[in-house]
Design a protein around this ligand. Structure first.
Ligand code: NAD
Ligand code: MG
Length: 397
């Protein structure tokens, strides 16, 4: 037994094989690795080889793939290691509920909601990369974390920046939250130019290296739309207090404006490990080996107003915020389905927003959720309707 084994922090990484997941393991390694952390569970889906490699490297207690059909493959990759193996939804829940102090929620999409919720309910601190938890379940998710007794620490770079600059004693003086957006690869493009782009072009982000869903969401600004709703629930502000500004360099990660005219910002190189490390070490800042900002090299920071005509996702987020209730869940579900259809070349880039808008308008009467069951029901219905809209678009093409 290592000398400090009993004092190790127990951590779980949901979505360890993704962009956030691999960065999280890098941060854990930087902050002491196996001497400082006991990795209780890691989870992935398609990349079994990476999942097995990660589980062995950190000496995880449990490795789970979301894909039931890959159980045997994972089992044989980890045979003889003593690492427990699971597959499918119930195994994911098992990974989330296995006792640990801190959980990185880095599964992509609504698939992350049930496991993250399970971790929140048992009182773990939740490092939240999966913004979909807040976009879909909103207050219910915030309340579940509070009831469990753990802390909710944002990992999304914008929300980490706001969390860091939101002074605890000055909540009364907060006027606005300013979320920065890079503008993505099509920041200066016309709608005509965007109409024909491929998923490969849309997935190439100018500043950040991320998973495909969020990269394409940056190109369409659907990611920023989700982040507006995420901000509302995380920071308990009114929709009209949430601003978006396009800032192509992604150096200012977001800002809080106060009633004395002051604006506090958090800056850094675009590297998710800073936000991940902050969430892991909170409330103490860790020492991280990440690139430092060189202001002389930087020389300028640019800002521009977002264009809701070219990027209708922002307008849809405003609509969802104004309508409230389950509209965030509807927007998110419709957009996830539309994203898959775009990646499969079934619909065009601009049609993702069209699909989301049609489904949102059709489900405006669904009101607010009184339980998680309502959230899952509206998610399912919005997906069904999005499929119908996409089928119509395909027929017309
Ligand atoms: P990714 O696609 O790189 O990784 C996703 C992870 O989820 C992988 O481990 C994958 O195996 C797992 N997964 C995929 N489908 C699953 C399913 N159906 N069930 C269970 N697990 C599944 O994604 P990412 O870029 O790391 O993003 C993860 C989350 O973090 C997203 O919610 C994203 O919006 C958010 N986020 C990411 C970044 C970033 O820099 N990548 C920044 C801010 C927020
Ligand atoms: Mg972000």
């Amino acid at each position: 037994m290592a000398p400090n084994e009993a004092n190790r922090r127990r951590v779980t990484i949901l979505g360890s094989t993704g962009s956030i997941g691999t960065n999280t393991l890098d941060v854990i390694e930087q902050l002491g690795g196996r001497d400082a952390f006991e990795v209780v569970a890691v989870t992935g889906s398609a990349n079994i080889e990476l999942l097995a490699r990660q589980a062995k490297a950190v000496g995880a207690g449990l490795a789970v793939t979301a894909d039931e059909r890959r159980y045997d493959e994972l089992k044989s990759a980890l045979s003889g290691t003593g690492i427990a193996v699971g597959a499918g939804r119930s195994a994911l829940l098992e990974a989330a509920t296995a006792p640990s102090d801190w959980v990185m929620a880095a599964i992509v999409g609504t698939a992350g909601l049930a496991p993250t919720l399970a971790a929140a309910e048992r009182g773990a601190d939740i490092a939240l990369a999966n913004k979909e938890c807040l976009v879909t379940a909103g207050n219910l998710f915030v309340e579940a974390v509070a009831a469990g007794g753990g802390r909710l620490i944002p990992v999304d770079s914008e929300h980490s920046a706001v969390f860091q600059t939101l002074e605890a004693d000055q909540r009364h003086a907060v006027e606005r939250i300013v979320l920065t957006a890079s503008g993505g690869p099509f920041r200066t493009w016309s709608r005509e130019q965007m109409a024909g782009v491929t998923a490969a072009a849309a997935g190439a982000h100018p500043n950040w290296s991320m998973g495909l869903k969020i990269s394409i969401g940056s190109a369409s600004m659907f990611n920023k739309a989700l982040e507006m709703i995420e901000a509302k629930h995380l920071f308990d502000v009114r929709p009209d207090q949430i601003e978006v500004v396009v800032h192509p360099q992604s150096v200012i990660h977001s800002m809080v404006g106060y009633s004395d005219g002051s604006v506090l910002a958090q800056l850094g190189c675009p590297d998710m490990r800073t936000a991940i490390g902050y969430a892991l070490s909170y409330p103490r800042r860790p020492a991280l080996n990440v690139e430092r900002l060189d202001f002389a090299k930087l020389s300028r920071l640019d800002f521009e107003a977002p264009d809701e005509e070219r990027f209708p996702a922002l307008r849809l987020a405003r609509t969802a915020l104004k309508r409230g209730g389950l509209q965030g869940a509807v927007m998110n579900a419709a957009e996830e389905v539309a994203f898959q259809a775009f990646v499969g070349a079934r619909i065009g880039f601009l049609q993702m927003a069209d699909v989301a808008e049609v489904v949102m308008d059709a489900m405006v009467d669904w009101g607010a959720a009184s339980s998680m069951a309502d959230v899952f029901a509206v998610d399912e219905e919005a997906r069904r309707r999005a499929d119908e809209v996409i089928a119509k678009i395909e027929m017309a093409a």
